[in-house]
Design a protein around this ligand. Structure first.
Ligand code: GLY
Length: 290
């Protein structure tokens, strides 16, 4: 394939179309996925990413995001950042230096302000109302209630693979909590010589298996994208069930350097894919939970 883009959840549909158009025009995978994610971040109808994201236990919205370039293996990431428009634009800009690639909290905020990134109060009236309704029953909430990360992987016409992620994280998370989304190797990984992967689901579970790096290693061992995605998720899922009696939700997208893709998931999951051979479409995998 000349180019391909793969993204998590139906919310990525319009962003996938835009990224595919950019890739067709010869733009880089880095540009295409940052624009794809930024579209999701700006849409208040998507309640787990960007504007209108899920509030934490104090009613405030904090972002995690990450970016990786598969040619250089450079990455940039931010964690627990409040008050800016786009987590992914800030994260992606951090790949350019040799150090200080992952900034959190106050340090990330100072960096974003110093580099002129647009500020925004991301707590919408709807998010505020939801917080007021739910805060009384905080202890009853499932950790996974209503959060999903948007992840994009793309291969461009120069053969460069990139990965990008953005989320407001767990609904009602504790202040300072950072999930899998900004962690390279966990929430995302890209190596243009092999493939790229990114994860969505319960961050604390995904961290236990360094899921994205595990899938790229399986590609390196010769597995197809589908085999790598399934093996990474099923191995971690089965290990967690064996050791703890349960496994929380996790889904993984994998894009190989030839543009073929694979999905591993332990829950019903939607994703978007487009390439020079296939128009952008939303697909669903239905999984009965054990
Ligand atoms: N996977 C997103 C999070 O756990 O924050």
């Amino acid at each position: 394939m000349k180019y391909a883009v793969l993204a998590t959840w139906k919310m990525a549909e319009e962003g996938t179309k835009k990224a595919a158009r950019m890739l067709a025009e010869g733009k880089s995978s880095a540009e295409a996925i940052v624009e794809g994610i930024a579209m999701v971040e700006d849409n208040p109808d998507f309640h787990s990413v960007g504007y209108g994201g899920r509030p934490n236990a104090e009613g405030r919205v904090f972002f995690d995001g990450g970016f990786m370039n598969g040619d250089t293996l450079h990455f940039g990431a931010i964690g627990s950042l409040e008050g800016f428009r786009s987590a992914i634009r800030i994260a992606a800009s951090l790949q350019d230096s040799d150090a200080n690639n992952f900034l959190v909290g106050e340090g990330a905020e100072r960096y974003a302000a110093a580099h002129g990134f647009e500020r925004r109060d991301n707590v919408t009236p709807e998010a505020k109302q939801l917080y007021e309704q739910e805060k009384e029953r905080l202890k009853e909430l499932s950790a996974y209630d209503g959060h999903d990360t948007v992840c994009f992987l793309a291969l461009d016409q120069n053969g460069t693979l990139c990965a990008a992620t953005s989320t407001s994280g767990l609904f009602m998370k504790q202040p300072g909590r950072v999930g899998d989304t900004p962690l390279p190797g966990v929430g995302y990984y890209a190596d243009s010589e092999t493939g790229a992967a990114a994860a969505t689901g319960m961050g604390e579970e995904i961290m236990k298996g360094a899921l994205s790096y595990a899938a790229v290693r399986f590609l390196k061992d010769g597995l197809s994208a589908q085999e790598a995605a399934e093996k990474a998720v099923s191995e971690l899922n089965d290990t967690l069930i064996r050791r703890n009696g349960y496994a929380n939700p996790m889904s993984l997208i994998v894009l190989s350097r030839d543009g073929t893709y694979g999905i591993g998931t332990n829950i019903t999951f939607t994703y978007c894919y487009a390439s020079d051979r296939e128009a952008a479409a939303v697909h669903e995998i239905v999984v009965e939970r054990k």
